[in-house]
Design a protein around this ligand. Structure first.
Ligand SMILES: *[C@@H]1O[C@H](CO)[C@@H](O)[C@H](O)[C@H]1NC(C)=O
Ligand SMILES: *[C@@H]1O[C@H](CO)[C@@H](O)[C@H](O)[C@H]1NC(C)=O
Length: 267
């Protein structure tokens, strides 16, 4: 098990200052949200509706993607991509894909809710990107129990993957991670390929450990009802990948100042 206390310290100290920019060689600018058919939705680390058109383009470009076109967004929508948040897409257009009509979202309409081509490119929205080569991995997980695997598992994972899993369970529950299999390219400081675990709703605060190599890490239990896992592989050498299971523990929260707790809305 490799836990880098130096990185942990940096993560805490730079929480605000590093909200945008590079940390450990990774561009920290947005939270990975839903994706389908190569289209994915991202919001700024600062929260919803914080990206100018220029920033939105930079978010997509960082991982080899582009702003999604209307047609790509519609193709994703037709296989169930439903997001209640307006984002920039190709050519300075803003909108969002709605599959099921609801009172709170999309004005009761179904389809791409289109705000049109924006004249003011300094307006701030989320973003819809397109990258056909990105593996379907990561996502927002709210189940009480789930297996999480590296992309393509049990096949070897591929180069240049970035996956974010945001686990969000009910308030008052904690998350228990149990590793089943683990084989990630080994290097002395886990800078090439690695799995990061954060005791937080994003990967800015709450760093709990970085793992590579082929030792199976010890179990990890969250302090609150959220956790974030980030898997990154660089452009060379892959390995078998990993598989872990999370389950929830129904115990009272450890009393603490819960500044990073995510309050899952009641459904
Ligand atoms: C453009 O949008 C930004 C952000 O909403 C706003 O501050 C600015 O005043 C707008 N500019 C114009 C010319 O409307
Ligand atoms: C929370 O923070 C406040 C102010 O810093 C402190 O007085 C209080 O003891 C803390 N509570 C817990 C449970 O740590």
């Amino acid at each position: 098990m490799r836990v880098f206390t130096l990185l942990w310290t940096v993560g805490i100290v730079l929480k605000e200052a590093q909200a945008w920019g590079f940390k450990n060689g990774i561009f920290h600018n947005s939270i990975w949200l839903e994706q389908a058919a190569g289209v994915y939705h991202r919001e700024s680390r600062k929260g919803r509706y914080q990206l100018t058109y220029k920033e939105a383009k930079a978010v997509c470009k960082y991982e080899g993607g582009k702003l999604a076109t209307y047609e790509q967004l519609e193709a994703a929508r037709q296989i169930g991509f439903h997001v209640c948040a307006a984002g920039w897409f190709d050519k300075g257009r803003v909108g969002y894909p709605i599959v099921k009509s609801g009172a709170n979202c999309g004005f009761g309409k179904i389809g791409i809710i289109d705000y049109g081509y924006r004249l003011n490119k300094s307006e701030k929205w989320d973003v819809y990107c397109y990258n056909p080569n990105s593996k379907e991995c990561g996502g927002v997980l709210t189940d009480q129990q789930k297996i999480i695997q590296s992309p393509g598992f049990p096949e070897e994972y591929q180069d240049e993957q970035i996956c974010y899993w945001h686990i969000r369970v009910r308030l008052g529950q904690r998350i228990h991670l149990h590793f089943l299999e683990f084989d990630v390219e080994d290097d002395t400081s886990c800078l090439a390929d690695y799995l990061d675990v954060y005791d937080s709703y994003d990967d800015v605060s709450g760093f709990a450990g970085r793992f590579c190599g082929d030792y199976i890490p010890d179990d990890i239990i969250s302090t609150g009802n959220v956790m974030t896992l980030k898997f990154l592989s660089d452009s060379s050498v892959t390995a078998g990948g990993f598989q872990l299971e999370y389950t929830v523990i129904n115990v009272p929260l450890i009393p603490h100042n819960c500044t990073d707790c995510f309050h899952l809305p009641m459904v």
